[in-house]
Design a protein around this ligand. Structure first.
Ligand SMILES: Cc1cc2nc3c(=O)[nH]c(=O)nc-3n(C[C@H](O)[C@H](O)[C@H](O)COP(=O)(O)OP(=O)(O)OC[C@H]3O[C@@H](n4cnc5c(N)ncnc54)[C@H](O)[C@@H]3O)c2cc1C
Length: 161
């Protein structure tokens, strides 16, 4: 396997979204996504067995275990820009990259909302207009990513726009 790549495994028997393998700081990173948290150990054990069998994975020492919560991917790629004077950016707003590379979308939407606030301090409506407009390209990019993933396998067809 090439350590430059991020490998995502979409077989439904390995996870409830994807299972992944990559290399960061010369360490192996393996994980599984689940919708039902009670199934995480079962999927993870299965994925580790799969990697041992198919790719001769060998773990000498487990250095770290992490768990994350990820927003549920909703059909339609709707964006929640905010409620009243509370504005949303990043994944919670819906700038959720289904390919996993979400940090840049979080930073870009955060920058856009900050700019909109600084330019229209006196008008909440103008803040929303500006924020919506300045993130239109980002929103379109998210939609394209969602459509792309929806076409990969039947498991993801609910993401079709
Ligand atoms: C395993 C994994 C690997 C990833 N790898 C990459 C990668 O290599 N590159 C990449 O670009 N992206 C990666 N991502 C995605 C990336 O982590 C996210 O897209 C990004 O962190 C989203 O940023 P965010 O600011 O929207 O949300 P978050 O980073 O989730 O920040 C939200 C913050 O709000 C806090 N919070 C929640 N509720 C409350 C509350 N009620 N009050 C106060 N605080 C609250 C949370 O604790 C959290 O700190 C990965 C994600 C996962 C799960």
């Amino acid at each position: 396997m090439d350590y430059h790549y991020f490998y995502a495994y979409l077989q439904p028997e390995l996870s409830e979204y994807d299972a992944w393998f990559n290399v960061k700081d010369n360490q192996l990173v393996l994980g599984v996504s689940v919708k039902d948290s009670s199934k995480v150990e079962r999927y993870y054990t299965r994925f580790i067995s799969y990697m041992k069998e198919k790719h001769n994975l060998r773990i000498d020492k487990q250095l770290k275990i992490d768990k994350w919560l990820m927003p549920h991917i909703r059909p339609g790629c709707a964006i929640d820009y905010g409620v009243g004077r509370v504005l949303f950016a990043g994944e919670i707003a819906g700038f959720l990259n289904p390919m996993g590379e979400g940090i840049s979308a979080g930073m870009e939407s955060g920058y856009c909302v900050a700019q909109a606030i600084s330019q229209h301090l006196d008008s909440v409506d103008l803040v929303y207009d500006e924020y919506r407009e300045s993130t239109a390209a980002l929103h379109n990019y998210m939609k394209r990513q969602w459509s792309f993933v929806a076409g990969m396998t039947d498991t993801f067809k609910e993401m079709k726009l």
